[in-house]
Write a protein that binds this ligand. Structure first.
Ligand SMILES: [Zn+2]
Ligand SMILES: [Zn+2]
Length: 269
């Protein structure tokens, strides 16, 4: 399996440790055709961008860097899911200008309404040891993530099941229905096998990314590629894979909003 893009990378505009140019130079060294800079949404506690206007600044930088390096530089957001109703912390006018829209559950986020930070996020942080709390949170997390998938034109969801537990089958079913892909995140340890199995069971697309926070790990996708091979996932089911026998980067179908990277779902199981 050959992958042409890494669509999940952070810079020092959020909690990464690199400038956009250092990221793009690293992507060029790795031989990637595309890289997307996807800093954390503004409601991430201590890890988010200053405000959503930062994504516009990054678009300007990406245009300049695309001229300088042999890499197509995209800009996206790793938005936070900020309510149980699946709202995200990037407003629609900004979404319209992005190339990639990711949403993920993170245990360090200021919710809207604020009290859900206490009633939903906090128990996720302290309830890891209690089976009952964990099960209750799993239901809440699943509800929020499924709503985010249904209500936003997401390219993919980041690291489903990392730290904040979800029912992966339910999430995969929602993804299969909307064309949102499920991420195999090479940069974090969690049950990635179960993500692949759920996506295959329910017919959802997959995508492999590094979630790099340093230039050195940009394009480090090996763990994900091994999993795709292990489960014999066909390249048509992987958003950032080159179709078998083709060298060209596939074109994109316009998403529901603007020019987001999306692909319609082919018939799933
Ligand atoms: Zn994340
Ligand atoms: Zn990330």
């Amino acid at each position: 399996m050959q992958l042409f893009a890494d669509w999940h990378v952070h810079t020092s505009y959020s909690d990464g440790h690199a400038t956009p140019e250092e990221i793009v130079a690293a992507a060029a060294r790795r031989g990637l055709a595309e890289v997307a800079i996807t800093d954390h949404g503004p409601r991430g506690m201590f890890i988010g961008v200053r405000d959503a206007g930062v994504y516009r600044e990054l678009k300007d930088q990406a245009a300049r860097l695309s001229e300088l390096y042999p890499v197509r530089v995209l800009v996206g957001a790793e938005a936070n899911v900020i309510s149980l109703r699946g709202e995200i912390d990037v407003p629609e006018p900004i979404i319209n200008e992005l190339d990639v829209l990711i949403a993920g559950l993170h245990p360090q986020v200021w919710c809207k309404p604020w009290w859900e930070t206490l009633t939903w996020i906090l128990p996720n942080r302290i309830g890891k040891t209690s089976g009952w709390v964990r099960e209750k949170m799993r239901e809440s997390n699943t509800m929020a993530l499924v709503a985010a998938v249904r209500n936003n034109p997401l390219t993919f969801i980041s690291h489903p099941g990392l730290v904040m537990a979800v029912d992966l089958d339910e999430v995969a079913r929602a993804c299969a229905g909307t064309g949102c892909a499920m991420e195999i995140n090479s940069g974090h340890h969690y049950d990635r096998d179960e993500v692949v199995r759920a996506a295959l069971r329910k017919g959802a697309l997959l995508v492999v990314n590094s979630d790099a926070h340093y230039p050195g790990t940009v394009g480090e996708l090996g763990i994900g590629i091994q999993l795709l091979d292990k489960y014999r996932v066909p390249s048509e089911r992987v958003l950032n894979a080159r179709p078998a026998g083709q060298n060209a980067v596939p074109g994109y179908l316009p998403g529901a909003v603007g020019g987001l990277v999306r692909r319609t779902v082919s018939a799933g199981s």
